[in-house]
Design a protein around this ligand. Structure first.
Ligand SMILES: [Zn+2]
Length: 113
């Protein structure tokens, strides 16, 4: 389950930020997670719940913003919502499309006490 290593690195980032701010605990952690980031949200939540108690995030609320994926067609420049990294342009059926949004996996904000 690669979500566990993602959670461990997110918690590392959050704890480093909190220590810089001389905080003792983290009250809220906000994340941006794209729908084609390859992250399974249930697995991510499960990983947080199992790791959290040993960290500064013990009582933190984890907020997850879902970023819906969008693709852009290189042939006709059409932009559209998708749920798959590999997809055809719905307008011209081109294969030359690429994801312009939805691969994110980042810490958006951290609130400390
Ligand atoms: Zn197109």
């Amino acid at each position: 389950m690669h979500e566990m290593s993602i959670v461990v690195s997110i918690i590392d980032i959050a704890e480093n930020e909190a220590k810089k701010a001389h905080a003792e605990k983290i009250s809220e952690l906000e994340l941006d997670i794209g729908t084609v980031s390859g992250i399974e949200l249930n697995a991510l939540n499960f990983a947080f719940e199992s790791v959290k108690p040993q960290t500064m995030l013990k009582n933190a609320e984890i907020k997850i913003n879902i970023i819906y994926a969008k693709s852009k067609c290189e042939d006709c420049s059409f932009e559209y919502k998708t749920d798959n990294v590999y997809n055809l342009c719905p307008k011209c059926n081109s294969y030359r499309t690429h994801i312009i949004q939805g691969k994110e996996m980042k810490v958006k904000s951290i609130s400390v006490d």
